[in-house]
Design a protein around this ligand. Sequence first.
Ligand code: FES
Length: 149
Amino acid sequence: MAQFSLNINAQTYNIDVSPDTPLLWVLRDTLGLKGTKFGCGKALCGACTVHLDGNAIRSCSFPVSAVKGKVVTIEGLSEKGDHPLQLAWQEVDVPQCGYCQTGQIMSAAALLQRNPSPTDKDIDMAMSGNICRCGTYLRIRKAIHTAAK
Ligand code: FES
C-alpha cells in the first residue's frame, strides 16, 4: 500500500492503495465514481476512458502510481450534465444499451478539445478505439458534429 494524492474532477483525494492498482478501480471502488465503466480490462474497448490533463486514457490499464496530473471523469465533464456533447447525445438519442457511452463521450470531448471542427474521418479515427456492441457509431458521429456547431 502507498499514499497517493489525486486531483479528480477538481477535487483532491488522498487514498491508500497498492501502486499498481488501475485508476479505474480507484475511481469506481474507492471513490464511488461509477460513471466510468469496466469493459475489457485490457485497454481494448474504451469503456473506461477518462481524461488525464485533457488527453483520453484507458483507466483500466493505467496504474494509479502513474497518474501525474488532473483527472476528469464523466461526472466532472460538466456541472449539470450540460456539456455540449452531453446535450447532443440526448438530442440525437445516441445510446442503445448505453454501457459504452460515457467512454464514448470522454473520447469525443478530448477530440473536440484538440479539434473543434472535426471531419467524419477525424471523428472515425479518434473514436476508433471505442467499441459499441449496439453499433451506435453513426449516431455518435452525428452527435459529435452537433456538439461541434
Ligand atoms: Fe478499459 Fe476496455 S475496460 S479499454
